[in-house]
Design a protein around this ligand. Structure first.
Ligand SMILES: Cc1ncc(COP(=O)(O)O)c(C=O)c1O
Length: 450
């Protein structure tokens, strides 16, 4: 029975679909691994672990404690200080120096979270009531919290089918006279098509903000992530590549916005100049203990980012060409740092639904789960009910926007969330482990091939 299924699924994809796929797949360009794909597809089907067969993943790979002597050294230095306030604090100063080596921007402000970083960037860009900001519907809600607090209006554009990042053509279609900015979310640490988005921003005089929360150490065409847009925002929340528990950094080299970042993260107060309040803002400051940890964590970043990039790309190489499976698409000149790996399955290609596919992967000990966020952001009840402020949305009530999220459509984003399978990638894994995960995906795909 299995053997029959195997020979069915071993059929190479049609020439058209294979050509289309290779044209868009970085791993194929990098690895030139068609031969490997053919032989993988021709393997006899092994019995699923779900049905009592041997597990494809033979070893466990746990992520150990992510801090140690470098953090201890910084924290000990911090304990010798009389003050723990950020302004001109030695830990903050060192941390920002190291940050600028990773992301060479002229101005950078540490803050309490990635959400805070994004709010600061949006406020510094002068975004206010009724302004529209185009962004991705598949992201953490922190991407748009600052937009909404500025009484501006998030407009969700659709995404690339396998990059899961903003589709520039759809972004441009959604530009109106009210549009003031684009927030490009580098989902999973996969760089957006920044040249295309920057061209749209320049053409329509928009501000391009990079949401690099998941993209520590990523590179766009060889360039550090966060240096193409007008400003960039990182998260240091616990699940990120580097962390201090919770924190963020916002950076910019643009003389219009960069000098404002400090004020908008620090109650509107200009610490360099002092004086009266010309702007109004909240307190998003980071303190010295967090900066001490981040300064140390930054010394670990390159090893973490390069390892994740290598492992994620390896997974693509090993599953590319598998019928019904769409690997995570990364541009060959970019470095994706795989906050997680995301592949899609084509529902018609399998005799099972996604839940069953994931259940079978889990039985193989592959670290997989279904989807990411449950629905595109605008389909969440708070958007559907336009109830952001105590159940109300003043800009809509006062006629500054006609936005109706119940009518907002992003079909590809919907499909991505329904067909995507998330694979954990972390720096504690090795090549052998990833080979096991790939084998699990191949095994399950062959077993359930339609
Ligand atoms: C893409 C993205 N943007 C923004 C945020 C918000 O960051 P934080 O949780 O640090 O506020 C996150 C956090 O997961 C994120 O993944």
């Amino acid at each position: 029975m299995n053997r029959n299924r195997s020979s069915q699924s071993a059929q190479p994809p049609s020439m058209v679909s294979r050509r289309e796929f290779l044209a868009s797949s970085s791993a194929a360009l990098v690895a030139g691994n068609l031969g490997a794909t053919k032989s993988a597809a021709a393997e006899p089907a092994a019995q699923l672990a779900l049905n009592g067969g041997e597990k494809a993943v033979k070893q466990a790979c746990t992520l150990g404690i992510r801090w140690g002597d470098p953090e201890r050294e910084r924290l000990n230095a911090m304990l010798e200080q009389r003050d723990l306030f950020y302004w001109k604090g030695p830990q903050t100063t060192l941390m920002l120096e190291r940050f600028k080596e990773v992301c060479p921007v002229k101005y950078a402000q540490p803050c309490s979270s990635g959400t805070a970083a994004l709010h600061i960037a949006v406020a510094a860009a002068g975004i206010g009531p009724g302004d529209e900001v185009i962004t991705s519907p598949i992201t953490d809600i922190g991407t748009v919290i600052g937009v909404i607090y500025q009484q501006a209006v998030p407009v969700f554009a659709d995404l690339g089918a396998s990059t899961y990042n903003l589709d520039p053509a759809d972004v441009e279609r959604r530009v109106t006279p009210k549009t003031k900015a684009i927030i490009a979310v580098h989902l999973c640490g996969n760089p957006c098509d920044l040249h295309a988005l920057k061209a749209i921003a320049d053409k329509h005089k928009l501000v391009l903000i990079e949401d690099s929360a998941q993209a520590w150490g990523a590179k766009y065409r060889g360039q550090p992530i966060g240096t193409v847009g007008h400003s960039t925002c990182f998260s240091l929340q616990n699940s990120k590549h580097i962390t201090c528990g919770d924190g963020g950094i916002v950076g910019s080299s643009d003389e219009r916005f960069g000098p404002l970042l400090q004020k908008f993260g620090d109650k509107g107060f200009d610490r360099a100049k002092g004086g009266g309040f010309l702007s109004f803002a909240t307190n998003y400051r980071m303190s010295e203990p967090q900066a001490a940890v981040v300064a140390a964590q930054l010394t670990r970043l390159e090893a973490i980012a390069s390892k994740r990039a290598r492992l994620g790309n390896l997974l693509t190489e090993k599953i590319i060409g598998l019928p019904g499976v769409m690997p995570h698409q990364v541009h060959p000149e970019d470095r994706c740092v795989y906050w997680f790996y995301f592949f899609r399955i084509k529902p018609d290609a399998f005799r099972c639904d996604r839940a069953q596919f994931v259940k079978a992967l889990a039985a193989e000990d592959a670290p997989c789960s279904a989807g990411y966020i449950s629905v595109p952001l605008h389909r969440e009840p708070v958007f559907q009910q336009h109830g952001f402020f105590a159940g109300r949305w003043p800009v809509r009530e006062f006629g500054l926007t006609m936005m109706d999220y119940s009518k907002h459509q992003t079909p590809e984003a919907e499909a991505i969330l329904k067909t995507g399978i998330r694979v954990t990638i972390h720096e504690g894994m090795n090549e052998e482990y990833i080979a096991g995960v790939a084998e699990a995906i191949r095994k399950v795909a062959r077993h359930y091939a339609a």
